[in-house]
Ligand binder design. Structure first.
Ligand SMILES: Cc1ncc(COP(=O)(O)O)c(C=O)c1O
Length: 394
C-alpha cells in the first residue's frame, strides 16, 4: 500500500518557487566572494538575526553546502587534528564521527541519555583524557543537549565545544538558540530538517567573526583577501590564502532557504502541537511505548518524534501495510559501525543505552502539514498493533 502518511514532507509554496526562478533567470548561481550582494549573504544576515540572543547579539554565519561541510570546516577552524580526541554521542549520524576522522583526530563515542537520546554529560566527563581537544553535543531530533554541564566540563579542560545543531535550528536551550552556546554551531538544511533549501545546505554560526570568515574562505577554495583584491585591482597578485574546498552553497538553494527561514517559527509551533497530540493520544491508549523526554528548559523543535517500542520490526511492517511510513535513523551506533568498530576496539555491550536505543527507537511521521486526524490515524494503528500482539500472546 502506498503511504498515506509519509515519514517527512518539506513545505514548498509559490514564494519559494518564485525565489528559485528569480535566481535561475538571473544566470548568477554561485557566490564567489564573502561580501558580494547575493542570496547567500542575505541568508547569512537573516540567520544571524534569527539566532540572536535576547541581548540582541548576533552570531556571524557562513552559508555552506551541507551540515557535514559545516562540521568538517569547524574542526579545521579550531585546529583540531592528528593526536586529538573529540568526544561525541554514539547515538547519532555517521558524519558526526566522520568529520572528526577527516581532520585526522579520533572520535570518542560515549553513551547517551535514555529519554532525550542526547549525550550524557557524565559519560562525556568520564571520557576526557589528556588528548581530548573537543566535544560535540548533538541536539538530537530538535531537543537541545544539556549544555551547562558540557560547557563547564569544557571550561575545566580547555576544550572546544562545537554544537551539532543540524537537527535543531529554532530549538532553544534555556531561552538561547541551539548552536549559539558553544564555540560554534553547525546547521543542516537537508530535506528532512525543520527548514530546508530544497536539497543540501548548511551553515556555521559563531561569535568568532574571524573563524567564520575563514570557514567561508575555506569553503571557497581557500580564497581570501589577496585573491579578491587581486581580481578587483589589475596588476595585484591573485593568490590563494590556503588549500581549500568547494563547499559553497548554490544561490538557488540559498534563495529558497531565505523563504523557509521566515516560515520556520510557525512550522515549529505546528510540529510542537502535533507532538503534544501524539503524547496525549499515546498516553490515553496506555500503550507499551516510551515517549521522548522533554526537559523543562528545552524548547524542542520536534524535527522528529522518536519513541521507543518493543517488537519494532513487526510494528513497522504493520504500520507500512496501513500506509504509515516510519524511519529508524541510527540502527548501527557509531562505535559498532564498520569504520570504528575495529579501529577503536569496540564490542557489543560497550555503550548499553545507545545500543538499546538502536534496537528500540522508531521515528513516527511528523511534519507541519500533518493534520490532527493524521496523528490520530497513526496512534489508532499503534494501538491496533499492540492489541493484536496481546491477543496472540494471551
Ligand atoms: C545530527 C546530524 N549531524 C549532521 C548531519 C549532516 O548534515 P548534512 O546531511 O546536511 O550533511 C545531519 C543530517 O543529516 C544530522 O542529522
Amino acid at each position: 500500500m502506498a503511504s498515506r502518511i509519509v515519514a517527512f514532507r518539506p513545505v514548498v509554496d509559490q514564494e519559494m518557487k518564485d525565489a528559485a526562478c528569480r535566481v535561475l533567470d538571473s544566470g548568477h548561481y554561485i557566490r564567489t566572494s564573502p561580501d558580494e550582494a547575493s542570496e547567500g549573504k542575505a541568508l547569512e544576515e537573516e540567520l544571524g538575526a534569527f539566532l540572536a540572543g535576547r541581548d540582541g547579539r548576533r552570531p556571524h554565519v557562513a552559508n555552506l553546502s551541507s551540515g557535514t561541510a559545516a562540521m568538517h570546516l569547524a574542526w579545521i577552524a579550531y585546529g583540531v587534528g592528528p593526536g586529538d580526541e573529540v568526544v561525541i554521542p554514539a547515538n547519532t549520524f555517521a558524519s558526526v564521527a566522520h568529520c572528526v576522522s577527516l581532520v585526522g583526530a579520533t572520535p570518542v563515542p560515549v553513551d547517551v541519555e535514555p529519554d532525550t537520546y542526547n549525550i550524557d554529560p557524565a559519560a562525556a566527563a568520564a571520557a576526557i583524557t589528556p588528548r581530548t581537544r573537543g566535544i560535540m553535543p548533538v541536539h538530537t531530533a530538535g531537543h537541545p543537549a544539556d549544555l551547562d554541564p558540557i560547557l563547564e566540563l569544557a571550561r575545566r579542560h580547555r576544550l572546544v565545544v562545537i554544537e551539532d545543531a543540524c537537527q535543531a535550528i529554532g530549538a532553544r536551550y534555556k531561552g538561547r538558540a541551539a548552536g549559539t552556546l558553544g564555540d560554534m554551531g553547525c546547521y543542516s538544511f537537508v530535506q528532512n530538517k525543520a527548514m530546508t533549501c530544497a536539497g543540501e545546505g548548511g551553515a556555521v554560526a559563531s561569535f568568532d567573526e574571524m573563524r567564520v570568515r575563514r570557514i567561508f574562505n575555506l569553503a571557497n577554495h581557500g580564497r581570501g583577501e589577496h585573491y579578491h583584491r587581486g581580481h578587483a585591482d589589475e596588476g595585484a597578485p591573485v593568490t590563494h590564502d590556503e588549500i581549500g574546498f568547494n563547499y559553497r552553497q548554490s544561490e538557488i538553494l540559498s534563495a529558497v532557504a531565505r523563504v523557509q527561514l521566515r516560515r520556520l517559527p510557525g512550522w515549529i509551533e505546528q510540529r510542537r502541537r502535533r507532538a503534544a497530540l501524539y503524547r496525549t493520544l499515546i498516553a490515553a491508549h496506555d500503550l507499551p511505548i516510551a515517549l521522548p523526554g522533554e526537559r523543562p528548559w528545552a524548547y524542542h523543535s520536534y524535527v522528529r518524534f522518536e519513541v521507543r517500542v518493543p517488537n519494532r520490526a513487526a510494528l513497522r511492517r504493520y504500520l507500512g501495510r496501513h500506509g504509515i511510513a516510519t524511519t529508524v535513523h541510527y540502527p548501527t551506533p557509531i562505535h559498532l559501525d564498520v569504520p570504528y568498530r575495529e579501529q577503536l576496539g569496540w564490542r557489543e555491550g560497550g555503550l548499553p543505552v545507545t545500543e538499546r536505543l538502536a534496537r528500540e527507537i522508531l521515528t513516527l511521521p511528523l511534519y507541519p502539514q500533518m493534520t490532527e486526524d493524521d496523528v490520530a490515524y497513526v496512534v489508532d494503528h499503534l494501538a491496533a498493533f499492540f492489541r493484536q500482539q496481546a491477543s496472540v500472546t494471551a
